[in-house]
Design a protein around this ligand. Structure first.
Ligand SMILES: Nc1ncnc2c1ncn2[C@@H]1O[C@H](COP(=O)(O)OP(=O)(O)OP(=O)(O)O)[C@@H](O)[C@H]1O
Ligand SMILES: [Mg+2]
Length: 455
């Protein structure tokens, strides 16, 4: 059945890929956000120190005799020391002209209205962070505008940032691995529920059409309820067709019995050979139809009972003995003897009516297909499991047909003239399966067929 199901992808894989993919995106986002936040904070730290350095230089500037003097405070540059020995540059401007420091340090780009600015510029081929501020000095008769820029390379800063990036990357990978594990676990537990439901349904017998009663997750409820209603309808239509079969078989059998008895009586009276032959053919055809109707009826009854089987202890020895008593008159007509070997108390659990029907069919076959004046041996034993074996001294099963004889309406090539419908072994096999057992057909070495029902 499974090979006709068209499979398109796997929900489990799709969910797992989505969750793991989501975790990967989150981990990358986390990396980018934490790293840029860390970069911002580190930059702020550096800016504060350069800014303080600029302020302390500005504070040291005074106007003496109309000229600017800066008593360069040592601390203003020493505070910029880093473990990477970042280089520090400065320039002091008076009215846009450099009065001290690096001549070609990039000029500060003042934002309108501000007297303090931070920028990243390239000096001497390397990027530096530069802070600048202005101050107006007031002397005896002068007002002088001075500006100070202090710049510092960023080796220590980028070192710190690389360290932070590494740590955040490791953290991100750990986060991703954990999220992936959780994703696989979540997927597995989610689909376990589906798996349990599938197993529960798959483990059912082919005729078990009861609705699914186990609690199921809400998402599966619509699917399971459609499945339940489908099974309900299927069960209903199965019941209907079984009832129809039973009714039909009844309606066929009764008039057939009447016709047969009329034919038999007429046969007594008719003398012309061709008429007698026609009547015999008629009786035979009636027997065939009647047997078929009977077997169809039994088959329908068995299909029905197998769904609602009784569970009783059945003593297989007693069951066979009872059947032998019923069938002895038929056996006597062919001078056939029964030989019974029985272990005591071979008990199985099942439906006695079904079991009787199955064993009756097997003995019936032996009686039909064994020659007159032969012996039918029946054994009931415990080992290896409870079983009933019925062997005859007929010609046995044809080896090339033996695998198909239990199929519906299948009759062997050895049936010449013997009335039958081909349903007997089907019934036996259905009963065996309903009881968790099996039917085995073999031929005896000394000739004759053996049919074994084992449970
Ligand atoms: N004991 C046996 N010896 C030889 N052949 C057998 C024996 N039992 C069954 N068979 C073969 O298996 C075939 C199927 O048996 P099955 O009982 O299903 O049908 P049937 O006996 O032909 O008809 P019915 O439905 O009336 O029993 C028979 O037609 C016959 O060819
Ligand atoms: Mg039969």
């Amino acid at each position: 059945m499974t090979d006709v199901v068209r499979v398109s992808g796997s929900l489990r894989n799709r969910l797992a890929v989505t969750l793991v993919g989501g975790a990967a995106i989150l981990a990358i986002l986390l990396f980018i956000i934490v790293r840029s936040y860390a970069a911002q904070i580190a930059q702020q730290g550096q800016d504060q120190i350069i800014g303080a350095s600029v302020s302390s230089i500005l504070d040291a500037a005074v106007v003496r005799d109309g000229a600017v003097e800066v008593d360069f405070p040592y601390a203003s540059l020493s505070m910029l020391g880093t473990e990477r020995d970042d280089r520090v540059f400065y320039a002091i401007y008076q009215d846009d002209a450099v009065i001290s420091g690096y001549e070609n340090l990039p000029r500060p780009q003042w934002q309108s209205g501000e007297n303090r600015t931070f920028e990243t510029v390239v000096f001497d081929g390397v990027p530096i962070r530069m802070a600048s501020a202005t101050r107006t000095l007031i002397g005896a008769n002068v007002r002088i505008q001075i500006a100070v820029s202090v710049g510092q390379t960023q080796d220590a800063l980028s070192g710190t940032l690389n360290q932070i990036s590494q740590n955040v990357a490791l953290f991100g990978i750990g986060f991703f691995a954990l999220a992936a594990l959780i994703a696989f676990w979540a997927t597995a537990t989610t689909f376990d529920q589906l798996q349990t439901l599938t197993t529960a349904i798959a483990r059912r017998g082919p005729k078990d059409l009861r609705p699914v009663a186990r609690p199921i997750p809400a998402e599966l409820a619509p699917l399971v309820s459609s499945l339940n209603s489908l099974m309900g309808r299927l069960n209903q239509s199965l019941l209907q067709s079984e009832n129809f079969m039973t009714e039909a078989a009844h309606r066929v059998r009764t008039p057939l019995a009447t016709v047969r008895s009329h034919a038999e009586t007429t046969l007594q009276r008719v003398e012309k050979p061709e008429n007698r032959q026609a009547l015999r053919a008629m009786v035979r055809a009636i027997d065939e139809s009647s047997r078929a109707a009977g077997q169809l009826l039994d088959h329908a009854m068995i299909a029905f009972r197998a769904d609602n089987m009784e569970q009783q202890d059945i003593n297989l020895g007693d069951l066979v003995q009872e059947l032998l008593m019923q069938l002895t008159p038929i056996a006597e007509m062919k001078d056939i003897a029964f030989e019974m070997a029985q272990e005591p108390d071979v008990i199985m659990v099942g439906d006695p009516i079904l079991m009787q029907n199955a064993v009756r069919n097997l003995i019936d076959n032996a009686l039909k297909y064994a020659p007159a004046e032969s012996t039918i041996s029946i054994s009931v034993s415990h080992s290896p499991s409870p079983n009933v074996e019925i062997c005859d001294q007929g010609q046995g099963f044809a080896p090339d047909e033996i695998g198909d004889l239990a199929k519906r309406f299948k009759r062997g090539a050895n049936v010449a003239g013997i009335v039958g419908s081909g349903l007997g072994l089907t019934i036996v096999e259905d009963v065996a399966h309903a009881h968790g057992g099996k039917l085995t057909l073999t031929n005896r070495r000394q000739g004759g067929a053996c049919a074994t029902l084992s449970f």
